[in-house]
Ligand binder design. Structure first.
Ligand code: TRP
Length: 331
């Protein structure tokens, strides 16, 4: 059994790509490992959200992860800002994080390009806070995508540097838990090969989308002018719709439309109508759960406080030991 930590960005609703991607792995891992999943709301302050947005975003992410199958009894699901120990470790790690290496970080360079009027110290030290998130639980595995590899490498650097400075082997090295290879890839509706919230408008199907929105999105999905002769290769957009069907529809349905395409009699309108209905059938129970959990304030409060308690138990133990290692001693 390994200790696993993953931070969840506190903005953006879950889409089908997330559902068949990271979440499936979280749900599986929560029974196999000691898992800490948290909503990274301190990190989100680097972009200056309003108080309402901050709260609503955290709440929605929590609701959707619960609806998607995170079990707060099996895993520790918590809100980062409920665990102030993280900020203490962040402060301590900052003393051994160097300006040069932080400035060289790709995500920092990208951020200063995107928000040139708000290049705050939180952005610069984002990787330090992320390292603190991970090593506060002495985690060895971090289930994240490729885009986080550099951050993880920095987390290893900070953990190792601490160990070297204080001649200890206190912090284990955290490594990526690579799950991308065996993921079901969910394509987008705009012809892009990937479903993602940062892609173009209408690309992603969110778990919370109502049937009306869903039908509209699918009907607007990118296709082409249709096959003119049997055996024509599919354009990317059409290929995507078939791939979505493969995941969401019955084998018979898929077979039917494949044949229609192959003998060039297909009408994309029919395929889209069918896909939309199958998508609605698939997401309906999730959407229902989202609405149900969202309305249950008591449950959410219980989940948050249970998560905070479990996370703080682990975090405060680390902080106590780290303080001793550094030399903060009671008189
Ligand atoms: N940087 C991560 C992202 O953008 C979120 C994150 C913050 C995180 N702290 C973490 C991920 C700790 C894993 C572990 O997705």
């Amino acid at each position: 059994m390994e200790t696993v930590v993953s931070g969840i960005r506190s903005t953006g609703n879950l889409h089908l790509g997330n559902y068949f991607g990271a979440i499936k792995n979280f749900v599986k891992m929560q029974h196999e490992h000691r898992c800490y999943f948290f909503i990274a709301d301190y990190h989100s302050l680097t972009t200056h959200p309003t108080p309402e947005d901050l709260h609503n975003n955290v709440r929605q992410v929590m609701v959707e992860y619960l609806a998607a199958g995170i079990d707060p009894e099996a895993a520790t699901l918590y809100i980062q800002s409920d665990v102030p120990e993280v900020t203490e470790l962040y402060l301590l790690l900052n003393m051994n994080a160097y300006k040069g290496e932080l400035e060289r970080c790709t995500s920092f360079k990208e951020k200063i390009r995107k928000q040139p009027d708000n290049v705050n110290a939180g952005l610069l030290t984002y990787p330090v806070l992320m390292a603190a998130d991970i090593i506060i639980h002495k985690a060895s595995k971090v289930p994240v995508g490729k885009d986080q590899e550099q951050h993880l490498e920095m987390a290893r650097t900070f953990a190792n540097r601490f160990n070297r400075l204080y001649k200890t082997d206190y912090f284990p090295e955290p490594f990526a838990f690579n799950f991308e290879a065996d993921l079901i890839k969910i394509p987008g509706l705009d012809g892009a090969t990937k479903m993602g919230k940062s892609e173009s408008e209408g690309n992603a199907v969110f778990l919370a989308d109502d049937p009306g929105v869903l039908r509209k999105k699918v009907m607007r999905a990118v296709t082409d002018s249709g096959p003119t002769q049997p055996g024509e290769p599919k354009s990317q957009g059409v290929e995507n719709l078939f791939n979505l069907m493969k995941v969401l529809s019955t084998p018979d349905t898929l077979q039917h439309f494949r044949e229609a395409y192959d003998n060039a009699t297909i009408r994309y309108g029919d395929l889209k109508k069918q896909l939309a209905e199958d998508m609605i059938a698939f997401t309906a129970p999730l959407r229902e759960k989202i609405l149900e959990i969202s309305a249950d304030k008591d449950y959410l409060r219980r989940v948050a406080s249970m998560g905070a308690e479990k996370a703080r138990e682990s975090a405060s133990k680390t902080i106590k030991e780290v303080r001793e290692i550094i030399g903060f001693k009671p008189f």
